[in-house]
Ligand binder design. Sequence first.
Ligand code: FAD
Length: 484
Amino acid sequence: IPALVWLRRDLRCHDHAALHAALTRFDRVHCAFVFDTDILDALPSRQDRRVEFIHVSVLQLHQALADLAHASGVPGGGLIVRHGAALAQVVALARRLGVQEVLASRDYEPAARERDRRVAEALAAHGIAFSLHKDQVLLECDEVLTGQGRPYSVFTPYKRAWLHRLDAFQLRAYPVERHARRLAPLPADEPPLPSLADLGFAPTNLGALPLPPGAQGAQGLLDGFARRIDDYHVARDYPARKGVSYLSVHLRFGTLSIRQAAALAHQRAAQGSEGAAVWLSELCWRDFYFMVLWHYPHVVTQSFRAQYDGVQWDDAPDLWQAWCQARTGYPLVDAALRQLHQTGYMHNRLRMVVASFLTKDLGIDWRAGERHFAEHLNDYDLAANNGGWQWAASTGCDAQPWFRIFNPVTQSQRFDPQGAFIRRYVPELARVPDRHIHFPAAMPAAALQACGVRLGEDYPHPVVDHARARERTLMRFHFLQRDG
Ligand code: FAD
C-alpha cells in the first residue's frame, strides 16, 4: 500500500517523524515537495535568499533520498518536485500515485493550518487520509499546560514545565535509514527538477554567505557550534563575536532536526555546561512562541493583551524611511539593519535593539517593523518574529515592560565596545575612535571631519533625540498605568 510524505518545512530525510511514520506503516513511500505558488507569488521580490536556500536544499534532499533508497536496494529513488498551488498539486499527486494516506509535519501558523484543513478536506473527498506529525518543535500545542490545564502566558514557569517534560523519549531521533527499503522509486515519467529560473527567481548572494544550505550545511554548522556551545552564555550578546549558532534558518526549514539540536544541548547541559543550558533555553523560547501562536492566533495582527491595542503609534513616514534605509544616525541600529539587508541575518541582541528603536524611539507600530523583517530575514518565522516584535514593543506575551526602554547608545557601548561590528557594516565611520563610534553626533565637528565624516553628508544626523523620544514613549504608554 503506498503513502505520500509531503515535505514542507522539514527538508531532510533523517530523524523525520512523518517519514518514519510512513515507512513503518506503509510498504511503498513516495516523498514530494511543492514550490507553492500561493506563497512564492506573494513574495515582494524575484530575488529571495529563502527561495534559493530552499531550492538548493531541495536538490540536496532529492540526492539524499536517492542515495538512501539506493543503499537499501531501491534504484531510481528521489524527491518528487512540483511547482503550483499546493492544494491542487498534492491532491493530484496523491490520486495519481494511488496513495492511501498523505503524511506531513504539523504547521502552527494560522494560514498553514487553514491550508492543511482544506487539503485534508479535498483528500477526504477522494477517500485519502491526511495525517499531521509533530516535527517542527519539541513540545507542541497542549503538551505543556499549567496545573489548571491552560496555556502559559509567562515564560519562566513554562520553561520549568517544559524542561520537566523534555525527557529522552521526546529527544529520541526517528530513524529512517533502517526502513529505507520501503522508499518508492520515482514515477517513470517524472520530469527533471526545476531550476531556480524555472521557478521565476534569480540568484542572490546566498552562495557568498557563510550559510551553507541543506542538511549537509546544517550538520556542518552544528558541528562547529558544538565546539563553541560551552561559551554561548558569555559570547552570545556580542554581535562582532562568533558566539551564536547561526542555525535559525536551518531550524526554520527543517534542514536540521530540532530534536538533534536539543539533544546536543540537553546532554551537554546535564554534564554541567552553562552555555548549553542557556542555548537550550533559547530553543524553549522557540517552542514558547509556537505555543503562543497556536493558542492565541489573534497575535498575528493584534497585541497579545487587548489593552495594548490602545497604544497610539505615530504616522512618521520620514522616520520610517530612515529606519528602513539604515540611516538613523545611530550607528549600531544602522549597522544591524545593513547586516539584515546584506545577508538576511541579524544578531538577536540587534533585533532587540532595532525593534526597540523603531517602536520606542521612533514611535512606529511594531507591525510595520515585523513586516520589514518578514521580507528580509532568511530565518523569518511568524511565531518567533511576532513574539520578538511584540516583546520589544511591550505589547506581547511576557514582554519587556513598557517603561523599560533600550538606550541605543549604551547598548552599543556595552555590546560592541570597540565598534568592531559597526565598522564592518558602516565603513564610513571606520576611522571614528572607539569612544565616539557609538554616537558620532556628540563628537566635535572638526574632530569628526578629521576622521573623514561630515555629519549630514557622509553619515546622517540622529533622526531623533533619544532622551526626548523616551519621554514621548512613556507618555504614549502612560494610559496603561490606570489599567494596572
Ligand atoms: P542562537 O542564539 O544560536 O539560538 C538558537 C536557536 O534558538 C535559534 O536558531 C532559534 O531557533 C531559537 N531562538 C533563539 N532566540 C529565540 C527567541 N527569542 N525566540 C524564538 N526562538 C529563538 N527567530 C527566528 O527564528 N525567526 C524570526 O523571524 C525571528 N524574528 C525575531 C524578531 C525580533 C524582533 C527578535 C527580538 C527576535 C527574533 N527571533 C527570530 C529570535 C532570535 O533573534 C533568532 O532566533 C536568533 O537571532 C537566530 O540566530 P541563531 O540561530 O544564531 O540563534
